[in-house]
Write a protein that binds this ligand. Structure first.
Ligand SMILES: [Cu+2]
Length: 159
């Protein structure tokens, strides 16, 4: 009995040390702030009356951050989705990497606007607020584009 307690205690102690080490190294980076910019936002005219999707790119010239939620006056619920092998999956958050970007694009990550209060028309602008773990919320106006609009298709072809 005594022996077992000892062993358990040693394991717990090691785990505690490892965790403390991790926290220390990330605390160093936390002093650098994220520097976020949101660009290229658009919402294709939705096919359905009650649901729409949205896309944008968050670029970051500073420390890592996280997109934790999106809100909009046009929808009751806004959720974050990733797409893999044509299957959508709801995500709690998306990482915005240090000196990197978080990209939302057709066929990939997207924001889903559900329970729309009204159906947006092409040419409308939808007010959307992005909420981050560290950075202040960013308010953007998302232009409503044609249902087939895809700014990335040209970009990919030139790669
Ligand atoms: Cu979705």
């Amino acid at each position: 009995m005594n022996r077992r307690t000892l062993v358990g205690g040693a394991v717990a102690l090691t785990a505690g040390l490892a965790l403390a080490g991790c926290a220390d190294s990330s605390a160093d980076k936390a002093s650098d702030k994220p520097e976020l910019k949101v660009a290229g936002a658009f919402m294709p005219v939705p096919a359905m009356d009650d649901m729409a999707s949205g896309f944008f790119t968050v670029t970051n010239k500073g420390a890592a951050d996280k997109l934790t939620s999106v809100t909009s006056s046009i929808a009751e619920h806004v959720t974050l989705h990733s797409t893999k092998n044509n299957a959508m999956k709801e995500q709690k958050s998306f990482d915005v990497p240090e000196n990197g970007e978080l990209d939302f694009a057709r066929g990939g990550n997207h924001v889903m606007f559900e329970a729309l209060k009204h159906k947006p028309k092409q040419g409308d602008k939808v007010a959307v607020t992005l909420h981050f773990e560290k950075s202040d919320p960013v308010e953007i106006e998302v232009p409503v584009k044609a249902a087939t609009y895809n700014p990335k298709s040209g970009k990919h072809a030139s790669h």
